[in-house]
Ligand binder design. Structure first.
Ligand code: ATP
Length: 495
């Protein structure tokens, strides 16, 4: 099977990594790819959002299957162009992608199909209308720019002054471009956030393993939001009864709603939820896999991804094929100094080979490129904000995990030892979080960055931690699979 993957971030690198493991796959192209993907697939210098250029490329190479990573090609109608030509593709149609591309569309969809979500006060085309509406909302209020805004389109306003400032920047100064032409106001929800992701062929669906991401840039859940500083996945992240509620109250009504609206949805649907006191409520839909959730999810994959994708594309998804490794995985990110604000790029990254050689470690890149033989942070791409990404998966089978981790002593010149210690540390953290059933993401002490084996970004005049670095820890603390878990793996048909 020859496969074309669209995108160039850590998510796409993880997809390429797992697709390449399939014996069915003989060739992978990735457009545009990145410095790390280039070692595993043929990178093609085409913007993933450029529909006509991608179609022209596919006409030339005839991939058997195309997998769309980011949202832009979906919103631009790439899958429609492919399906018109009877080309197999993973990703929903342009109309379905409105669930992500327009927050107002998504809100109206949720209301129409009685799916729990925050109450919408209204949708507005002008700043004057928003200011008027702000006089009758409950504070704090959530203000959302309608379109895609790369994580900058949502603002939680505590008072009128800050609300006005955001609306002014979005609607009057057009700081978010076309995405800010319309605005909606909605109720603020309180609770824990959770991502629930499914794969569907439009008829049947299979939930992926449970995952949660971490967005704040600094330790202790501090600092501005980012595109994602890490994610982890464990089955214990979500109690079974809550999982059933999410399936029956949110996932299935959503898929039925799409069918009722005449939309056949094929691909991944990411449902961002707030677990409120009155039950789970939808915060957002994404029409693709999340980044960095994908990296944690795919680390637990125990099936042939290419085969399942091919089933989805032909409308024959068999949910029981999606098997997952028990235990947990984690993905941790190091970002360039300055991120998510301004930062320097084109910096040489060292230590990649040493990191990759560690048992159970997988290094994945985002926002990197090859400059000759060296990998550098890439300032030219949209993903550059996320900068270099190395993702490591540290198997806890590693005997070094038994090393007690001396708190606060993270620096080590021995990469394996560092990694083993790191794995122990994460295991403890994740586990203690679960035991308290708060499941909050724990952030990392700054000193932990130094535990990262052999990693040094060669930056002149700045701190060494100028790279984004992830590692995954797979932990097999539950070596059996319960019968309940097995039955959950097969979802009922959606008819
Ligand atoms: P963008 O278009 O800028 O990429 P986005 O897709 O990131 O936007 P959302 O995912 O809808 O926007 O919201 C981002 C974050 O804002 C959520 O993860 C959540 O933390 C917070 N949020 C959104 N809606 C609400 C709400 N009603 N109440 C509380 N928090 C909310």
């Amino acid at each position: 099977m020859k496969i074309l993957v669209l995108g160039g971030g850590g998510r796409e690198h993880a997809l390429v990594w797992k697709l390449k493991e399939s014996p069915l796959v003989e060739k992978i192209w990735c457009a545009p790819g990145n410095g790390g993907i280039a070692a595993e697939a043929e990178c093609v210098a085409i913007d993933a959002g450029d529909v006509s250029a991608i179609v022209a490329f596919a006409e030339k190479v005839h991939p058997d299957l195309t997998v769309v990573g980011p949202e832009l090609p979906l919103v631009n109608g790439l899958t429609d162009a492919f399906r018109q030509r009877n080309w197999a593709v993973i990703g929903p149609s342009q109309q379905a992608a409105q669930l992500e591309g327009s927050k107002i569309f998504s809100k109206e969809f949720l209301a129409r199909h009685h799916i729990p979500t925050a109450e919408m006060y209204g949708a507005y085309d002008s700043s004057a209308d928003v200011y008027k509406a702000l006089s009758s909302v409950a504070w704090p209020v959530v203000i959302k720019a309608d379109g895609l805004c790369a994580g900058k389109g949502v603002f939680l306003a505590l008072d009128f002054a800050s609300a006005k400032d955001f609306v002014e920047r979005v609607m009057e100064k057009n700081e978010l471009g076309a995405g800010g032409k319309r605005i909606l106001l909605e109720e603020t929800l309180e609770g824990e956030e959770l991502s629930f992701i499914i794969l569907t062929d439009g008829n049947r669906y299979a939930p992926l393993v449970r995952t949660r991401d971490h967005k704040r840039v600094y330790d202790g859940n501090q600092g501005p939001n980012t595109g994602g500083m890490g994610a982890y996945s464990t089955d214990e992240l979500l109690p079974d009864d809550l999982r059933e509620t999410i399936r029956s109250k949110i996932v299935e009504p959503t898929l039925h709603g799409l069918a009722d609206d005449g939309i056949r949805y094929q691909g991944f649907l990411y449902i961002g939820l707030m677990l409120t006191n009155s039950g789970p409520k939808v915060l957002e839909f994404n029409c693709r896999l999340g980044d960095p959730e994908t990296q944690a999810i795919l680390a637990r994959l125990d099936f042939d991804l290419a085969e399942v994708f091919s089933d989805v594309a032909s409308g024959r998804l068999n949910p029981s094929k999606l098997r997952w490794k028990p235990g947990a995985s984690a993905c941790v990110v190091l970002a360039s100094g300055g991120y998510p604000g301004r930062f320097e790029s084109e910096k040489h990254i060292e230590g990649l080979t040493a990191a990759q050689q560690i048992n159970g470690v997988k290094v994945l890149h985002a926002g990197t490129k090859l400059a000759g033989k060296i990998v550098v942070t890439n300032g030219g791409s949209r993903d550059a904000q996320r900068c270099l990404s190395l993702r490591l998966r540290c198997c806890l089978e590693n005997p070094l995990r038994r090393n007690a981790l001396p708190k606060g002593h993270w620096r080590s010149s021995n990469p394996l030892e560092s990694c083993g210690r790191l794995a122990s540390w994460r295991r403890c953290r994740i586990y203690s979080g679960l035991r308290k059933s708060t499941c909050r993401w724990r952030s990392y002490p700054k000193s932990m960055l130094w535990a990262t084996p052999g990693l040094k970004a060669a930056h002149t005049g700045g701190p060494a931690t100028r790279a984004r670095f992830c590692w995954w820890i797979a932990r097999h603390w539950k070596p059996w699979t319960s019968s309940r878990e097995l039955s959950e793996r097969t979802s009922p048909p959606m008819a």
